[in-house]
Design a protein around this ligand. Structure first.
Ligand SMILES: [Zn+2]
Length: 205
């Protein structure tokens, strides 16, 4: 996937978690979404031609030492990142730590659709790939264009719907014709298991 797909999925996943948790709409919640959007492309610093490698100083150095979709795409690095941000006493604001961890996690989650897969259990050299070949989506393939569009539409619709439901009753009344669709989307995303798991991990804004 290219950086725009990763950024969109990072934001979409963060929004999904906040909606599942019925989180209040605050600047911290918005910032967590913005952080996940920004961080999501970063694991591709292990590829010399990636957008991240080309746009940050010395960005291509990492790819000289680390093979693409291995260490930076692993559970191990995600867990270390989580522990550093949440458990090392650095007092990182929760919204910031959450945005970073969710953005980073979203990256390898969607890269699992790559035909080559990712070395999720690095240092074990096992490539985790889509179980069914037709599920695989190549980089910049028509499949990626479609999935990116779907994610972008979902992220915008989810954010707008959640915002709409938090408007004052009188304002909401003027747009009541969209209320059934908005409520249905929010209901579909209100996954108790996701909210419980993320609250247990302190992943909230
Ligand atoms: Zn990647």
């Amino acid at each position: 996937m290219i950086h725009t797909t990763h950024a969109a999925f990072g934001a979409a996943l963060m929004e999904t978690i906040l909606v599942a948790e019925h989180a209040p709409i605050t600047w911290q919640a918005a910032a967590a979404v913005a952080v996940a959007f920004t961080v999501a492309p970063f694991p591709d610093i292990d590829h010399p031609e990636s957008w991240v490698s080309r746009h940050i100083p010395f960005g291509s150095v990492v790819s000289m030492f680390i093979r693409h979709r291995t260490l930076t795409h692993s559970l191990a690095v995600t867990v270390v990142l989580y522990l550093v941000l949440f458990d090392m006493g650095f007092h990182v604001p929760t919204w910031l730590a959450t945005g970073i961890v969710v953005g980073w996690t979203s990256h390898w989650l969607i890269d699992l659709l790559n035909p080559m897969g990712v070395q999720l259990f690095y240092p074990l050299l096992i490539w985790v790939r889509p179980p069914i070949p037709w599920l695989a989506i190549g980089v910049e393939s028509p499949g990626e264009v479609i999935i990116r569009l779907v994610i972008q539409v979902y992220a915008v619709a989810l954010g707008a719907s959640y915002g709409f439901l938090h408007l004052p009753g009188s304002v909401r009344e003027t747009g009541r014709f969209v209320l059934p669709y908005v409520s249905r989307l929010i209901e579909a995303v209100s996954l108790p298991w996701l909210a419980d798991a993320c609250r247990w991990l302190h992943l909230t804004a």
